[in-house]
Design a protein around this ligand. Structure first.
Ligand SMILES: [Zn+2]
Ligand SMILES: [Zn+2]
Length: 242
């Protein structure tokens, strides 16, 4: 959110997009763009609310990687959002900066994930001196070509994949077919980081089977005790004024 222009940009269009949009619209903010990570259901299907049947939006900028753009263009009902100009697709290039305001920029980076329909990216949001990282989905930290520990050290706030708490959490399914870094695994990996670095990490994208989704659970308390956070609705990171 940029208070001076009363603009907001949103990362992923989840099925809850309409409520998030409304919350910000009620504060007098207007949506200047949507950044999509990939073509899994929970990450783009909220675009439906922009269509003729609902908001009838006009040319909202939707930033996505080339395969994701081709996917939206060539499959209904998404293709109708393009032909009726509810959305305006903007091609993303990895690591190139998109300037949102004078101070604020965004860039995308590739992450390993089950890429059935599109690439998968995470996002880096920067002002001149601070950096926020958004990675809702990644297979495992060690299959990424970047070292997550250094990414944590360089950033000021990170929203990281916390889909599952531990292996075996989903009964009757082989969890290696839907890989994510388990929160337990991430906490072990980050154990050597300083308290300041751990404090930057906020787990997001929690599955309903993840016990840490309930604030009073033992697992949620363990996350906090170890110095991390489970992201909550309304949480804020406020960039320093340059
Ligand atoms: Zn996914
Ligand atoms: Zn996901």
């Amino acid at each position: 959110m940029d208070p001076s222009s009363k603009s907001f940009w949103i990362f992923d269009a989840t099925p809850d997009f309409k409520d998030q949009y409304q919350t910000l619209a009620n504060l007098g903010y207007s949506c200047e763009g949507i950044f999509l990570t990939h073509a899994h259901m929970g990450h783009y299907t909220g675009l439906m609310h922009l269509g003729r049947e609902a908001m009838g939006a006009k040319n909202i900028a939707v930033y996505a990687m080339p395969k994701m753009i081709a996917f939206l263009k060539s499959h209904g009902p998404w293709s109708q959002l393009v032909s009726l100009e509810n959305i305006k697709l903007q091609n993303l290039k990895v690591d190139s900066l998109i300037q949102l305001t004078n101070g604020l920029s965004v860039s995308a980076f590739l992450v390993p994930h089950r890429d059935e329909f599109s690439e998968t990216v995470g996002y880096q949001i920067n002002n001149n001196s601070e950096q926020v990282i958004f990675i809702p989905d990644i297979d495992k930290w060690n299959t990424w070509d970047r070292d997550i520990d250094s990414v944590v050290m360089e950033a000021d706030r990170l929203y990281l994949d916390g889909t599952f708490f531990r292996n075996g959490e989903i009964w009757g399914r082989d969890m290696s077919e839907i890989p994510h870094p388990f929160i337990e695994e991430s906490m072990n990996r980050f154990d050597g980081l300083s308290d300041v670095n751990k404090n930057k990490i906020h787990f997001i994208h929690l599955n309903h089977t993840n016990p840490a989704i309930r604030g009073n659970s033992e697992s949620a308390r363990r996350v906090l005790k170890k110095g991390y956070h489970v992201a909550q609705e309304g949480d804020m990171f406020i960039f320093k004024e340059d």
